[in-house]
Each structure stands twice: as structure tokens, then as C-alpha cells.
Ligand binder design. Structure first.
Ligand code: NDP
Ligand code: BG6
Length: 493
């Protein structure tokens, strides 16, 4: 997936260089790449913003943030100051066409093989920025544009962005980020499925009863109220991260690691998702919003009491969905998607539940009923694979108890203890020109097409989201979504 070499020189331009994403994730990510010796010497980083800052003021600002977000063990004064020598702050108002001349002039001083424009600004700027870059000739074949999610708020607005960006950049120049695809654990899912023959014969409707995909967050919305209120969990997490995980679980083996080979297979999964009617939305989805409760033993306010959120907000902070795929491999197998903020813990995992034996001859130990074989793929915070099986409980009965085979990646790969953050891998891939881990336009469109009926039905439903106490696992209705089908959510403990 990353066989391509880095070019000899590159210019990486961050629009939104003073913003949260750049200072908290992207610059620390680039520092880590530099520390690992993964950046070429002639690689420069330009951070753009409107603020009247000198170079010194900007560097001081990002250092303060970096010290907070780069683990102490990874901090090296020498590497940090060498990293800073790559950086330049450039004052540009993205909405002012004339100011792009400054950017062009700066870039011309360092003609590089590759120019990357990373648009870490609100999506409402995407069209303006691309138009203005193109006016300066900054859309040539050596230029790449990186778009952060959310890409629109529905199908029409997403298509409008596609059209506007597509006027100046070809698909092979456009990198749509879903940072989940940069996670080692998500790439490992491909390795598990397609690097081993073991699971393939079982990876189908004949042997799998249901699949559960969870991204749970302990945090609330923090200081992102302005963004979140207009977005909600369906657009923020399901339309992208959860559907991408579903694609990796359900896709057919790609013919190679070529970016289009992988994305072709993911697209087929998205196209096979059964669309929701209005009735389905009421039956197969649950939306929730956190009310006051406790988080890590401390009182946590309700969503509607967070900064910038109206008291009558109907924005969902929790979603559970029963999705189904209409194809030969998966017909009749429910894929339950689950995500929420202010849940008891932070975790992301995929649970593949295998069918039970057709006729059980063994008695089950108390509490062991309903726990047939399952494969648990924990993506974060720790990374492991557990295969649950029934085994005979020691003693003079034949009672069975679930036990698991455990593969913990931290222990398995002792030589490389630090697992790279998603953005590190993705930034390097953009510079290398490798699109495998980026979302193609047709995937994006299909994902919006599938979530849109849910968004529309919810918007028209006066009932609003069901409330759940902060620090709990969401509305009770999400458990009912599974129990109606005779299943229950996997609970590790
Ligand atoms: P912030 O609000 O923290 O930063 C916004 C940035 O936009 C600032 O650097 C600001 O610069 C810049 N900006 C605003 N107006 C202009 C303008 N007219 N010209 C030039 N720059 C401008 O946002 P985030 O960093 O949180 O998010 C950036 C993007 O990334 C958004 O699309 C967001 O949805 C997405 N995203 C963010 C995530 C996160 O964790 N933060 C996660 C996933 C996606 P200045 O004020 O200096 O001009
Ligand atoms: C982002 C969402 O895309 O993913 C955030 O906008 C969410 O709301 C975050 O908190 C979760 O990412 P991770 O990598 O911490 O699981």
C-alpha cells in the first residue's frame, strides 16, 4: 500500500495553520515523521492563517500546543528545532483572491516536485480556496488537494463540493481524509482477512450470524459545539468512519493493493447496502442525546448545557443502526453500527459473531448461554484480536464455558513499540501520492446516498433523540434493536 517513494522535495501547505486540527494533530504528526527520519531534507511546511503573527510568535504558539500533544518520551529538542526550520507562517485570508499571490511567490522560492494543499478549514471554504489556487496556476499536475471531513452535510452539498473542486483538480489529485483509514489497526483488518486463508471460508452468511461495529467515546463535544450542533453523530461518525469500517469487514478480496482495486471493492459494499424507507428508520435506527450524568467519576453536563448548544437542540450524540447488505456473501446478516459520545469508556471494536452449533450436546455453565464463537477485533485504545470459543470447564462435568485465544499486537511486535497515529501515515501517503487509504468520490457519494433517508426522517420526526445519562451506554432502545433479533451487544467484561 505504501511502496511508493517520497519525492525528493515537497511543499506542504496547511490552510487553517492556526486551527485546532493543524496544531493538535497534523504538526505533531509531521514532527513524528521527521523524528523517524521519514521526511526528505527538502520538505517544507507552510502554515496559513489570517492572524497577524510574526514567525517567532507562530512557532511559540505551536510549540506550546506540541508539548501538550507529543508524548514526553517522543520529545527531542534537537529534532524539534530541526523540524521548526522546515516551517513558515504565511498570512493569507483564504477568502481574498489577491492574497494568494503571496502564497504563489513563497512557493516559487522553493519550486518543489510536489505541492500539497491541505484544507484544514471549514468546508464552506473549499470552493473558494480551490478557485483561488487555480487562479494562481496552483492546480497543475504536481499539486494535490486534501479535503477534511465532513464533506458536505448531505448528498447535494457534497456533490457541490465535488463539482467545484473537480473543476480544477482531477480525482488522482484529490485526497479525502478519513483518519480511521490511517490507523494501524484498521489496516491490520485487511491483513487479517486477506493475508490469511483461515477465516475466508467462514467469512460469510453461512457461518456468521451478525456483525457489531462500535466506536464509543468517553468525551463529550468539548469546545466543538459550533461544529457539532450542525452535524450530529450520524454525519460526524457513521457516514464516514463506521461505514468505512463496515466496508473493510464486508468487502470481497481486492485483486491487489492498488488504490483503485481496494476502493472498487469498498464501493460495491456501499452500493449493496439496503436503502432505508421511512418505516425502516423508525424500526432499525436509534438516536440519542446525552443528558447530565457522570464521566470518570465527575459530574458531566447535558449536551444542551454545553457551550453554544441551544436548550431545545435535537442533535444526536448517539446512534445505533441495523444495516443490511444485499449480496451473496451477506444477505440476511445484520451489521449493527454503534457510536456515541459520553459513553462509559473509549473503545473501537468489531465483533464477528459466528453461528452456534446446530445441535448442542454439552450443558453450558451458568452464564455461558448465548455466547457462541466470536472474533473480537479491538481497534483502540489497545489493539488485539480475541477468538472466543467454548471449552470444557475443569471438573467432573462436561459443562462448557467461553474462553478466548488472545493476540495482543503490542506484545507481538516488540521491535516497534510506538504505533503511528492515523494522520502520520496519511500525510506521508499524500506526499508519496498513494490514494489507497483515501475515500474516492463515488464512495463518498454512495455513503451520503445511504445516510440521507435517515437524516431526512429524523429531521421530520418531532420526537427527537432519546435521552441517556452521560456515562452510560446510550438509550435502552439500542439493546432492543439487537434483542428483537435474538442477539445482544458484545460485552468484554
Ligand atoms: P478551527 O476552528 O480550530 O480552525 C479553523 C482555521 O480556519 C483557523 O486556522 C483559522 O485561521 C482558519 N480560517 C478561518 N477563516 C479563514 C479565512 N478566511 N482565511 C484563512 N483561514 C481561515 O477548526 P479545526 O482545526 O478544528 O478544523 C478544521 C477542519 O478540519 C474543519 O473542516 C473540521 O470540520 C475538520 N476536522 C477537524 C477535526 C478536529 O479534531 N479539530 C477532526 C476532523 C475534521 P485564523 O483564525 O488564523 O485565520
Ligand atoms: C472525528 C470526529 O472525525 O473523529 C470527532 O469529528 C471524534 O467527533 C473523532 O471525536 C474520533 O476519532 P478517534 O481517532 O479519537 O477515535
Amino acid at each position: 500500500m505504501s511502496q511508493l517513494q517520497l519525492p525528493k522535495s515537497f511543499n506542504l501547505v496547511f490552510f487553517g495553520g492556526t486551527g485546532d486540527l493543524v496544531t493538535r494533530k497534523l504538526l505533531p504528526g509531521m514532527y513524528q515523521c521527521d523524528r523517524n527520519g521519514q521526511l526528505v531534507r527538502d520538505g517544507r511546511i507552510y502554515c496559513l492563517g489570517r492572524q497577524d503573527l510574526t514567525q517567532e510568535m507562530y512557532l511559540a504558539k505551536i510549540e506550546e500546543k506540541a508539548r501538550e500533544f507529543i508524548p514526553k518520551a517522543d520529545w527531542n529538542d534537537g529534532v524539534w528545532s530541526a523540524f521548526l526550520s522546515r516551517l513558515q507562517y504565511v498570512r493569507v485570508d483564504a477568502g481574498e483572491p489577491a492574497q494568494y499571490a503571496v502564497l504563489k511567490e513563497v512557493l516559487e522560492r522553493n519550486p518543489a516536485e510536489v505541492n500539497v494543499f491541505f484544507l484544514s478549514v471549514a468546508p464552506s471554504f473549499f470552493t473558494t480556496v480551490c478557485d483561488n489556487l487555480a487562479r494562481q496556476g496552483l492546480s497543475r499536475a504536481n499539486c494535490r488537494v486534501v479535503l477534511e471531513k465532513p464533506l458536505g452535510h448531505d448528498l447535494a452539498s457534497s456533490n457541490a463540493i465535488t463539482e467545484a473542486v473537480g473543476k480544477h483538480y482531477r480525482e488522482n489529485q484529490i485526497y479525502r481524509i478519513d483518519h480511521y483509514l490511517g490507523k494501524e489497526s484498521v489496516q491490520n483488518l485487511m491483513a487479517l482477512r486477506f493475508g490469511n486463508a483461515l477465516f475466508e471460508p467462514l467469512w460469510r452468511r453461512e457461518w456468521i450470524s451478525n456483525v457489531q461495529i462500535t466506536i464509543a467515546e468517553e468525551v463529550g463535544i468539548g469546545s466543538r459545539g459550533g461544529f457539532y450542533e450542525g452535524t450530529g453523530a450520524l454525519r460526524d461518525m457513521v457516514q464516514n468512519h463506521l461505514l468505512q469500517l463496515l466496508c473493510f469487514v464486508a468487502m470481497e478480496p481486492p485483486v491487489s493493493l492498488d488504490s483503485n482495486a481496494i476502493r472498487d471493492e469498498k464501493l460495491k459494499v456501499l452500493e449493496s447496502l439496503i436503502p432505508f424507507t421511512e418505516e425502516d428508520v423508525f424500526k432499525k435506527t436509534v438516536r440519542g442525546q446525552y443528558r447530565a450524568g457522570t464521566s470518570r467519576g465527575k459530574p458531566a453536563v447535558a449536551y444542551v448545557e454545553e457551550a453554544g448548544i441551544p436548550a431545545d437542540s435535537k442533535t444526536e450524540t448517539f446512534v445505533a443502526i441495523k444495516a443490511e447488505i444485499a449480496n451473496w456473501r451477506w444477505a440476511g446478516v445484520p451489521f449493527y453500527l454503534f457510536t456515541g459520545k459520553r459513553l462509559p469508556t473509549r473503545l473501537a471494536e468489531i465483533v464477528i459473531n459466528f453461528r452456534d452449533v446446530p445441535h448442542q450436546i454439552f450443558p453450558l455453565a451458568p452464564g455461558a448461554a448465548g455466547a457462541p464463537a466470536k472474533l473480537v477485533i479491538r481497534l483502540q485504545p489497545d489493539e488485539y484480536i480475541r477468538l472466543y470459543l467454548y471449552a470444557k470447564q475443569p471438573g467432573d462435568t462436561m459443562e462448557l464455558q467461553p474462553v478466548y485465544l488472545d493476540l495482543n499486537f503490542a506484545g507481538a511486535f516488540k521491535t516497534n513499540t510506538r504505533r503511528a497515529e492515523g494522520y502520520e501515515r496519511l500525510l506521508l501517503d499524500i506526499i508519496r501520492g498513494n490514494q489507497s487509504l483515501f475515500v474516492r468520490q463515488d464512495e463518498l457519494e454512495q455513503a451520503w446516498r445511504w445516510v440521507e433517508p435517515i437524516l431526512n426522517t429524523w429531521a421530520a420526526d418531532p420526537a427527537g433523540p432519546k435521552l441517556y445519562a452521560a456515562g452510560t451506554w446510550g438509550p435502552a432502545a439500542s439493546a432492543e434493536l439487537l434483542s428483537r433479533d435474538g442477539f445482544c451487544w458484545h460485552d468484554e467484561d
